[in-house]
Design a protein around this ligand. Structure first.
Ligand SMILES: [Mg+2]
Length: 409
């Protein structure tokens, strides 16, 4: 075992969507601009001049315009952001193959085994991205993932912070507890009520006391607070990250309704996984396989990324019909979500009265559903197609013709 400290670099683009718009159109540079506000009525990204006027993400567009009446609002062009993201990570891959892409504009690089000093790599990356892509990134260099991520986000924009080996705990100590993983707007009050305002208080608390607040995650939370994080950088292939599921039927299918119900249930599970990881996806791919093993595949992209299954449902039937072109039964269907973006946190403000509030409400409902399911099991809440599938399958089992199992890829 090699005990020399690791060199983990976290990169995080600054105001990514807004910066890409400014990079692509020089007339927008230096101005108060924001992206979003169209379908959801919420600002998704704001330039620093807009932030200086109080514009934040997520914030209802109407409020942003009150704070900053000459704010230039652009609809999101997510294809453009994905292209920029690929270019951004191409520079990261020039430094090391050990790059873990976390979202469209964030990722970890493990520079431990690279010949050049990590600090030089950090500087080179900032310079390349700024001169070639005309956007800026903030970076954190540390011996582990957590410290590097905090360092990259501590003083944006265009900042580089290095946490020397051995100083992880001291670096984290004075920061507010909300920097810890799992401490968010919903859980932070519990920590404050217990008198835990800063990370060093969590680091020093007897574990049994911390368990009363953090439950079973207390040990890992205390590790984080003490600057300990053994998680490895898990290299992402340069192909886009995706979540997928497929199912091989025990009996080949000609029933489109049944196939659609199976695929909807897949989309439900995949979106639940998205929400659990704070991601939203934009692209849906449907795949079929015929009895003779010929495959068909079709994909389509939503104009905006979403973590909601209901927004993918309308595409399922169209895509299925576009790839199920032969009048032959199917032995397999599969669904894949890709083109991941970071999902916006929930606006703190009530959005009552806004015409677009339904997207926010849907997300809140989805989150509540996820919580109930993780507590009481998947059967606790069933959608229409789940019930339909359950009935169809139990009927099939008694007749002996349905034994399909979700297959792991
Ligand atoms: Mg960012």
């Amino acid at each position: 075992m090699n005990d020399s400290p690791r060199a983990i670099l976290h990169i995080d683009a600054d105001a990514f969507y807004a910066s890409v718009e400014q990079a692509a159109d020089s007339r927008l540079r230096g101005k108060a601009i924001a992206v979003g506000g169209t379908s959801r009525g919420i600002i998704a990204s704001a330039s620093y001049p807009a932030r200086a006027r109080g514009v934040r993400t997520p914030m209802p567009t109407s409020q942003a315009l009150r704070l900053c009446p000459n704010l230039i609002i652009l609809p999101g062009d997510f294809e453009k952001y994905e292209r920029f993201s690929q270019l951004l990570f191409a520079y990261a891959f020039d430094l090391t193959p050990e790059v873990e892409i976390c979202s469209i504009d964030e990722g970890y690089l493990d520079l431990t085994h690279q010949p050049q000093p990590p600090r030089d790599s950090m500087r080179w990356l900032s310079q390349q991205v700024e001169s070639e892509l005309k956007i800026t990134i903030s970076q954190g260099l540390a011996t582990n993932k957590f410290c590097s991520a905090v360092a990259s986000k501590l003083k944006k924009p265009a900042n580089q912070i290095e946490v020397p080996a051995g100083e992880e705990r001291a670096f984290l100590s004075p920061l507010p507890v909300r920097w810890l993983p799992g401490v968010g707007s919903k859980t932070e009050p519990r920590y404050l009520q217990a008198g835990l305002h800063h990370i060093h208080q969590v680091a020093d608390l007897p574990l049994s006391e911390l368990e009363k607040i953090a439950g079973s995650s207390a040990p890992s939370l205390q590790d984080f607070a003490q600057g300990i994080d053994p998680r490895p950088v898990i290299p992402t292939s340069p192909d886009p990250k995706s979540f997928g599921e497929q199912e091989t039927f025990a009996t080949d299918q000609i029933d489109e309704t049944y196939c659609l119900a199976v695929m909807r249930a897949m989309v439900d599970r995949l979106c639940r996984k998205l929400r659990a990881t704070g991601l939203a996806a934009r692209t849906l791919t449907v795949r079929v396989r015929y009895r003779d093993m010929e495959d068909g595949m079709r994909a389509d992209s939503l104009p905006e990324p979403t973590p909601l299954e209901s927004e993918f449902y309308p595409f399922l039937q169209t895509l299925l019909r576009r790839c199920w072109t032969r009048s032959a039964p199917l032995r397999l269907v599969g669904v894949r979500l890709s083109n991941f973006h970071t999902v916006l946190p929930q606006p703190e403000l009530a959005l009552t009265g806004l015409p677009q509030k339904s997207a926010t409400e849907k997300l809140q409902l989805a989150d509540a559903t996820d919580q109930v399911r993780s507590r009481f099991g998947n059967q606790a809440i069933l959608r229409g197609h789940d019930l339909w599938l359950q009935r169809k399958r139990s009927a099939g089992e008694s007749e002996g013709d349905f034994h399909s199992q979700p297959s792991k890829k």
